[in-house]
Design a protein around this ligand. Structure first.
Ligand SMILES: NC(=O)NCCC[C@H](N)C(=O)O
Length: 408
């Protein structure tokens, strides 16, 4: 049976991608909760949307079919029973324990069209939006200062992280932080109920119910044989092992998982904050990551076990070996200049989205890195990014490829 997913590289011509157009969830960001919601500043929604629309338009103009998470999610739960199942699960995962509140929120959500309901759960529900009929408990009676019944999910426009396409399957991830954990519910329902997936067989290499954290920004498909996964602030060694085991057990083309141990801090967040592939032999990199790296290789072992090997090669050597080519070129964000690299890295200068070999989408504000890429023969399609960049993610973070052409 066919799968809806086909991603066997980071650079093969992009055919289908999943995005989320920033919505009211961004307007529910307030300074008090920025840190917990993983933002450093508040984007101006109107402009963020214009920028995001340009991103989608650039993709379309280059032959990419753009699908929206919010639309697919709504289409998946149109059936009344599925909608109720979704709401129950969503409220449970949002920590709603009081029966009266659960009822009030369910009624409120069910009174909307499915698409409005999806937008509402994404945006969050403020306390003033609903009335509880009658308080049955002290906690219902005592309204504390916290403004939301359901927290907003402002990170949804980084569709890269809740799931990842690998080969013909998906990982639906367990997000490290509470702030992003419910995001993966949408993918669960899409994978289970959407018509695109219904008559296909799309295996899951990882499932959101598993206890170990993994995020898509750490998952890079270097080729149909080699995966790179960052063991990072967001992704654990245990989850990587499970993904490796499932890929090998299913008899996929993947032969090796390279586990990059990267510093566990926000500046390095995910592996795709540190490097992204832009052409057959070219990568953009965070200048801080060049030195000898701790990399672990996972391969198939005897009796369905995994083999592990620790190496400490340079990034260059590791990547050229992985791709089976004589050498790779590492293009430093900001040309390696301390100030420029610092500034452009802060705005995701190394986080490019390749839409074909040697063709990338980047933020236009990273003009020094963009010029360097251009001089190296890379076609750079840059998009405005004053507001989108405030969420600390670039074009790769804002996109989840569903289908790429296989490389010849
Ligand atoms: N792959 C990525 O690096 N995604 C960027 C996610 C940014 C978001 N504010 C977060 O902290 O999760």
């Amino acid at each position: 049976m066919n799968s809806f997913i086909n991603v066997t590289s980071e650079i093969g011509k992009l055919k289908k991608v999943l995005l989320h157009r920033p919505g009211q969830e961004v307007e529910n960001l307030v300074p008090e909760y920025l840190g917990r919601l993983l933002f450093d500043d508040i984007p101006y929604l109107k402009i963020a949307r214009q920028e995001h629309d340009i991103f989608a338009q650039v993709l379309r103009e280059n032959g990419v079919e753009v699908l929206y998470l919010e639309e697919l999610a709504a289409e998946s739960i149109e059936d009344e029973n599925i909608k109720k199942e979704f709401i129950d699960e969503f409220l449970y995962e949002s920590g709603i324990t009081s029966e009266a509140l659960k009822e009030a929120l369910s009624d409120y959500l069910l009174s909307k069209t499915t698409r409005d309901m999806i937008d509402t759960v994404m945006a969050g529900v403020r306390k003033e939006e609903i009335k509880i009929k009658e308080a049955h408990s002290l906690s219902e009676l005592m309204m504390d200062e916290y403004p939301f019944y359901l927290d907003p999910m402002p990170n949804l426009y980084f569709t890269r992280d809740p799931g990842a396409s690998i080969g013909s399957g998906l990982t639906i991830n367990r997000m490290r932080t509470e702030a992003r954990r419910r995001e993966t519910l949408f993918l669960k329902y899409i994978h289970k109920y959407h018509k695109f997936f219904k008559n296909t067989e799309t295996p899951l290499w990882y499932d959101r119910t598993m206890p170990f954290a993994i995020e898509g920004g750490d998952e890079l498909v270097l080729s149909d044989k080699v995966l790179a996964i960052g063991c990072s602030e967001r992704t654990s060694a245990e989850a990587i092992e499970i993904v490796a085991k499932n890929l090998f057990d299913a008899g996929t083309s993947f032969e090796k998982i390279l586990v990059f141990e990267i510093p566990k801090c926000r500046a390095f967040m995910h592996l795709d904050t540190v490097f992204t592939m832009v052409d057959y032999d070219k990568f953009t990199i965070h200048p801080g990551i060049e030195g000898p790296l701790s990399v672990y290789e996972i391969t198939r072992g005897a009796n369905n076990n995994l083999n592990f090997r620790h190496t400490t090669c340079s990034l260059e050597e590791t990547l050229s070996k992985a791709l089976n080519i004589p050498s790779v070129e590492l293009i430093k964000c900001g040309g390696g200049d301390l100030i420029i690299a610092g500034r452009e890295q802060w705005n995701d200068g190394s986080n490019t989205l390749a839409i074909a070999p040697g063709v990338v989408v980047t933020y236009e504000r990273n003009y020094v890195t963009n010029e360097i890429l251009d001089k190296k023969g890379i076609k750079v399609l840059s998009i405005p990014s004053s507001e989108l960049s405030r969420g600390r993610g670039g074009p790769r973070c804002m996109s989840m490829p569903l289908e790429r052409e296989n490389l010849k």
